[in-house]
Design a protein around this ligand. Structure first.
Ligand code: SF4
Length: 327
């Protein structure tokens, strides 16, 4: 069996916060609390869930933007969560990111030419000045932006064009995995579809793997291979796109998907309204973390934490129920 491109094993990230008059007593935000998944080469795994569920923290841990509390992040068979700076340099080239807000992630004082040239230079990917120029112009062609725009600065572009520049910058490092952190969330609907189509084309062309972090399930349904659903720092369900959208097995997934609009005009789902708010990640509920809002809660849920178990095929669910009641 081939090694997955990315393996995340029992990842935990607990952020300390100080409490009390002199800030002595420490509490923790349990942002990510035991998350495991894999991504194969050329695969898109979407990480979905409400705001604050920990999905962006997982993305940042994969990018090693901070030290993790526990667990392992393994790229192509090698651990990167504890890698030395020399190893990390190569790893950083192989895993790139596209953030939500292209305006704040692009240096406003730099011309597009320099924005794209920077990673090529940093990772030693051009043999000469001429080669660098060829690569930079190729990147503009790849993301379908005019070459004459190379001398412009980010504020001279629309939101969709800026996101294309962000994608070109990520591609400049010739990565194998791109973390797309709400990469299309801030865009208008039509622009969103164009950028998603571009990402799909690039994935095919370059065999890229994508960790697609999003709260927009309509977009996810259109473009992913598998979906992992997060709730309060944990993955509650993971399955191939078709299975999860056709027959979600976790009550939380079912509620999330019930809010996704159907493509047929006039067609509607029966939205499931969950009671209450998401509990605080500082003091998550015992047992199943979803039990305070679950319509099917029973005694065992309040004391025993469910672990991910096979629900048939490649569908995995963390719930004590054998099957969801038919509604
Ligand atoms: Fe609901 Fe219990 Fe399943 Fe948690 S374990 S999702 S509370 S039925």
């Amino acid at each position: 069996m081939s090694v997955p491109l990315l393996q995340v094993n029992d990842l935990k990230k607990h952020f300390p916060i100080k409490k009390g008059l002199f800030g002595r007593q420490k509490e923790f935000v349990y942002a990510v609390d035991g998350v495991s998944f894999e991504i194969a080469r050329g695969e898109t795994l979407s990480l979905v869930g409400e705001s604050g569920c920990g999905k962006s923290t997982v993305g940042r841990a994969v990018l090693r933007l901070f030290d993790i509390t526990a667990g392992q992040v393994i790229l192509d068979g090698k651990r990167i969560d504890d890698a030395q700076p020399s190893t990390m340099r190569q790893m950083r080239r192989r895993v790139q990111v596209v953030f939500q807000d292209p305006f704040s992630s692009l240096n406003p004082r730099m011309r597009v030419r320099d924005i794209l040239a920077e990673p090529i230079r940093n990772f030693g990917l051009a043999k000469s000045k001429e080669d660098l120029e060829v690569r930079v112009t190729e990147l503009m062609d790849i993301v379908r932006l005019p070459r004459e725009a190379l001398n412009r600065r980010p504020h001279e572009f629309s939101g969709g064009q800026r996101q294309r520049i962000g994608i070109a910058r990520a591609l400049a490092a010739e990565p194998e995995l791109i973390v797309c952190d709400e990469a299309v969330s801030a865009l208008d609907v039509s622009v969103k579809a164009q950028v998603v189509n571009l990402l799909q084309d690039l994935q095919q062309k370059f065999g890229l793997a994508l960790l697609f972090i999003s709260h927009d399930l309509a977009i996810v349904e259109h473009m992913t291979h598998r979906v992992a659903v997060m709730y309060l720092g944990k993955i509650v369900e993971v399955a191939p796109r078709r299975e999860i959208f056709a027959a979600p097995r976790h009550p939380y997934t079912k509620a999330l998907l019930s809010a996704v609009p159907l493509p047929e005009p006039g067609a509607e789902r029966n939205p499931i309204i969950l009671k209450g708010d998401v509990p605080s990640p500082i003091n998550p509920p015992k047992g199943c973390r979803f039990h305070t809002r679950c319509p099917y809660v029973f005694d065992r849920c309040r004391t025993e934490e469910p672990t991910l178990r096979s629900a048939g095929g490649e569908q995995w669910v963390a719930c004590h129920l054998d099957a969801l009641p038919v509604s």
